[in-house]
Design a protein around this ligand. Structure first.
Ligand code: NAD
Length: 353
């Protein structure tokens, strides 16, 4: 089969890790007889420098026309001016909107060989295998009105937490669909004791739950969820939540795995190409040194194979190769090892073939 993949390596370590993810995808293509046609485009700070825009219309059109989009990371101190006309993060939000992706999936697994890299006690970490589904397009980050004003001689700031029923329902539907292929457990996280938007969330979660009687639904308040992620993470399976709660909980969950550099993500919509990216940023402190961990990017490529190209065997083969490389002791500097980005990828790629 032939597939079109648009690459947005971005800034900092983005191009370093995406180059390795592409090599891994090429190895998968060779092994399983597929053709991946890659189109590389600028996005983020590098696009501001070249075109004066963090995401050009042409780049967005290339992404929309692809089967899937693989992104590295965007941003860095050079583009940090809060008063700048355009910022790398704006491109990211415009890309998500332009692709219509409404849910961000972050699997968090703790590899047995890396249990000691996590700040948590080893006995808490055995068997951790969580999938967080974060609503991506609604809530406090997008609701209007938003802004600042002077009122009665005082400065006032406002953000609006708004959700429509269909936005909540589609995120929950996806979470239940994914849970059906896992341990059949959904924890719907809200703050229904305080927030009206959370009460609507919970009401719809109950409705969607009734449509899936084989799946156990639990409602968890966000403060309890934050504690459980640290005290009993192995008991959690699929977690589904609104945008800001998900933003915070996914970063908390990432600590379990030991390094930011290891974790992949997928952003999916109703149809059209998915967006795949490691959860880490552009890591300006190590950019250009060739020591970034490519695992987050390579495992994002595996999610791309699974969710956008529907190549489950190929996705599982790439994940297995990564697992075996870690089990055999392959480590970049963030995991206490000495391998370069390229060497770490080599360890995975040679286990594929
Ligand atoms: P970061 O994720 O870039 O880095 C945090 C720490 O983790 C750093 O010490 C870094 O060296 C380390 N790290 C990250 N990825 C690694 C990898 N693959 N291998 C080894 N070590 C790794 O977060 P930050 O420092 O807060 O942000 C840096 C820039 O990235 C900022 O401009 C921020 O806005 C941007 N950012 C972008 C995204 C994105 O593109 N989706 C996400 C987060 C941050």
């Amino acid at each position: 089969m032939k597939y079109k993949i648009t690459l947005l390596p971005g800034d900092g370590i983005g191009p370093e890790v995406i180059a390795e993810a592409v090599r891994a995808l090429e190895a998968v293509a060779g092994k399983f007889g597929h053709t991946f046609a890659f189109t590389e485009r600028l996005m983020g700070g590098c696009s501001i420098d070249k075109f004066g825009s963090s995401l050009t219309d042409e780049t967005l059109a290339d992404c929309q026309a692809a089967d899937a989009v693989l992104l590295g990371a965007v941003g860095g101190p050079k583009w940090d001016d809060p008063n700048a006309k355009d910022r790398p993060e704006r491109g990211l939000l415009a890309l998500r909107k332009g692709l219509g992706v409404f849910a961000n999936l972050r699997p968090v697994k703790v590899h047995p060989a890396l249990i000691d890299s996590s700040p948590l006690k080893p006995e808490k970490l055995a068997g951790v295998d969580i999938l967080v589904v974060r609503e991506l397009t609604g809530g406090l980050y997008f609701g209007l009105p938003k802004g600042r004003e002077m009122k009665d001689g005082r400065e006032r700031a406002v953000d609006t937490l708004e959700y429509y029923d269909y936005e909540i329902r589609r995120a929950l539907n996806l979470a239940f669909k994914l849970a059906a292929e896992r341990k059949k457990k959904v924890a719907s996280v809200d703050k229904a004791n305080v927030l009206e938007s959370s009460r609507l969330w919970r009401q719809i979660a109950v409705q969607v739950g009734k449509e899936h009687p084989d799946i156990t639904l639990e409602h968890v308040l966000v403060d309890t969820a934050a504690m459980r992620l640290i005290t009993a993470p192995a008991h959690m399976d699929v977690i589904v939540t609104e945008n800001m709660f998900g933003d915070i909980l996914t970063d908390e969950a990432s600590v379990l795995a030991g390094s930011m550099g290891m974790l992949p993500s997928a952003s999916l919509g109703e149809s059209g190409p998915g967006l795949y990216e490691p959860i880490h940023g552009s890591a300006p402190d190590i950019a250009g040194k060739g020591i970034a961990n490519p695992l987050g990017a390579i495992l994002s490529a595996a999610l791309l194979l699974r969710y956008s190209l529907h190549l489950e065997t190929e996705a599982a083969a790439l994940e297995k190769a990564a697992d075996e490389a870690i089990a055999a002791g392959a480590r970049t500097a963030d995991l206490g090892g000495t391998l370069t980005t390229r060497q770490m990828a080599d360890e995975i790629i040679r286990r594929l073939s």
